[in-house]
Design a binder for this molecule. Structure first.
Ligand code: GLP
Length: 244
C-alpha cells in the first residue's frame, strides 16, 4: 500500500497493531508483537503512545520481541536498541517489564550461540509472533539479516555489511565506533510470524524497495524472501515507491 505521507502510513500501521491487541484482549489471550528499530517505526510508536494516553489502549496483554541488537553493546548505551525501545515506547506505555524481550548485546561470546537458540525457543514458547513490523536496510536487510542470509535462518550472531555500518555511522559519531556484529532474529524467525508489515519511507529506500518487490527472491536481497510470505504487506510513502 502506498500512502501520501509517512505520517499517515505510520498511523495506519499503529491502528492495525492496536486492533490486533484489542482482539486478543477480547479473547483473553496474549498478543505477541515483533518490533523493529531505526528511524522508520518512530511514527508508529508515537501513535501507539497516543492511543495509550488518549484512547485507553492497554498493553498489559502484550509480549514483545525485538528483532535485533548490536553486538557487543551495553544495554545502557545511548546507541543500544534496548535504550532506544525504552525511550521511544516502553517507558510511555503500561506493558509489564517482564513481557519485554530485546536481544542482549552484553552476553559473553562463549554463551552467545546458546543465548540465540534460547531467544528463538522463547518466541515459540509464546506460540510465535502474531504480528511483526519491519524496516528495511539499504542492503535489503530485515532485522540485521544481511545479504547471504538464508530463508531458514534463525536467531544468531551476524557480521554487519559495510553499507549498514556506514549508514549507522552518524548515530555512533563515526564509522570506527559502529559495532562490527549484531544479534538478529533470522529470516526464518520472521517468516513464522502470522502477519508481517514492512515499512519504508523516503527516496533513499526506493531502489531497495524495488529490488525486494520486483526481483526474484534471493539471498542477495533478504527482504525479497517476503514475497512468499502468506500475509505480508509493504507500506510505503510516495518517495519510497517511486521506482516501482
Ligand atoms: C537497522 C535495523 C533495521 C532497520 C534498518 C533501517 O539496520 N537493524 O531493523 O530496518 O536499520 O533503518 P532506518 O529505519 O533508520 O532507515
Amino acid at each position: 500500500d502506498i500512502f501520501s505521507t509517512a505520517e499517515k502510513a505510520a498511523k495506519w500501521v499503529a491502528g492495525e497493531i492496536a486492533n490486533e491487541i484489542k482482539q486478543k484482549q477480547k479473547l483473553g489471550e496474549k498478543c505477541v508483537l515483533g518490533l523493529a528499530t531505526g528511524a522508520t517505526p518512530l511514527g508508529v510508536y508515537s501513535e501507539l503512545i497516543r492511543l495509550h494516553k488518549e484512547e485507553d489502549l492497554s498493553f498489559r496483554n502484550v509480549i514483545t520481541f525485538n528483532l535485533d541488537e548490536y553486538y557487543p553493546m551495553l544495554k545502557l548505551s545511548a546507541q543500544s536498541y534496548n535504550h532506544y525501545m525504552n525511550d521511544v515506547l516502553f517507558n510511555h506505555i503500561d506493558i509489564p517489564k517482564n513481557q519485554i524481550y530485546v536481544p542482549d548485546g552484553e552476553v559473553s561470546k562463549v554463551t552467545i550461540t546458546g543465548y540465540c537458540k534460547e531467544y528463538e525457543k522463547l518466541i515459540d514458547s509464546f506460540g510465535g509472533l502474531d504480528f511483526q513490523i519491519l524496516g528495511i536496510g539499504r542492503t535489503g536487510h530485515i532485522g540485521f539479516n544481511e545479504p547471504g542470509s538464508q530463508l531458514d535462518s534463525i536467531t544468531r550472531l551476524i557480521m554487519l555489511d559495510s553499507l549498514t555500518r556506514r549508514d549507522a555511522a552518524k548515530d555512533f559519531n563515526g564509522l570506527g565506533n559502529v559495532p562490527k556484529a549484531a544479534i538478529t532474529m533470522g529470516v526464518g524467525t520472521i517468516f513464522k510470524a502470522r502477519r508481517v508489515i514492512l515499512m519504508a519511507w523516503g527516496d533513499g529506500k526506493a531502489t531497495i524497495v524495488k529490488k525486494a518487490l520486483e526481483e526474484s527472491q534471493c539471498d542477495a536481497v533478504p527482504a525479497s524472501y517476503l514475497q512468499r510470505h502468506p500475509n505480508v504487506k509493504f507500506v510505503l510513502d510516495v518517495p519510497a515507491s517511486s521506482e516501482l
